[in-house]
Design a protein. Sequence first.
Length: 102
Amino acid sequence: MDNIILLIMGMAAVTFGPRLIPFFMIGRSTLPARVDAFLKCIPVAAIGALIIPGVFNAVPHEPLAVICGMGFAFIMGLWRGGIIIPVLGSVITTFLILLATT
């Protein structure tokens, strides 16, 4: 049992180390505006790359429902921001389109 705990602590240290090092290297200096803008786009691009393929496979026989749900999420995401309202709204929109077409 002690070996497992040591193994878990070692894996945590190896995972946490590379994430902690940049904070010590950068310190209190500020990044250039272009680099900061680029870094702020990475989470959006990663989420898009993970979610969009699954959206098209979720309801393959109803492309209208997919387009309406994605459109709602896109418009609400740009207008309102956040993630809860666009995601819940797109699920409800897709559900209502599916109810209307069946």
